[in-house]
Design a protein. Sequence first.
Length: 235
Amino acid sequence: MHRRLTLPPPSGGGAPKRQRGPGRAGFLAALPLLLAAAPARPSEDGPRYRECVLATRTAPAHAAELAAAWRLEGGGLPAGHCLALALTAQGQPAAARAELEAAARAAEAAHDPLTASLWGQAGNAALLALDPAHAHAHLTSALLAGTAAAPGERAGWMLDRARASVALGQNAPARADLDAALALTPGDPLARLLSAALANRDGDLPRARADIAQAQRLSPTDPEIAAEAARIAKP
């Protein structure tokens, strides 16, 4: 199960200055966030975890109370993860990031197979909090811990780390991550979109045109792809 989260606009408002491709905030906003709900491993915790996660969708404040009480009872990783989801749903991504970082560190110390996923989610939360430094570090940890993860999952972490790199003004590492992600998932229209946006920003119009054309073929009705195509076509 995945939770689709939308990155809010940067504080201060206003559009970034016109340049080849979107500005840093625009590049961040181009990709929706996925905060995956990791299953509670202990079978006896499954129903309680599912109840808590469901509550994050309809009554996140109540879910946070449930998760906090459960953690005091020794709920461990499932309780902490549900609390992070509840905090995110309440618009507190920075607090959610801290919870997920703590969960990832605990999982790492226990050699838990959920470690990489939790680091990836911590990186997602950091991006949502407009905290690219933490995002980059957490996503690097996800990639290091998740060498055996599915190609699509690794590609997602690379795309998110590319977003963090652009926000940090590090376009060359972002390009390396985008190319690596495209090698793993060449049919991902979002990867093509971000690659086109970065190429346009860097003044590589042939690459930008090729990537956005691919993105349009893969997802012809996507409004973000259409908007980026218009930016690339603009003289």
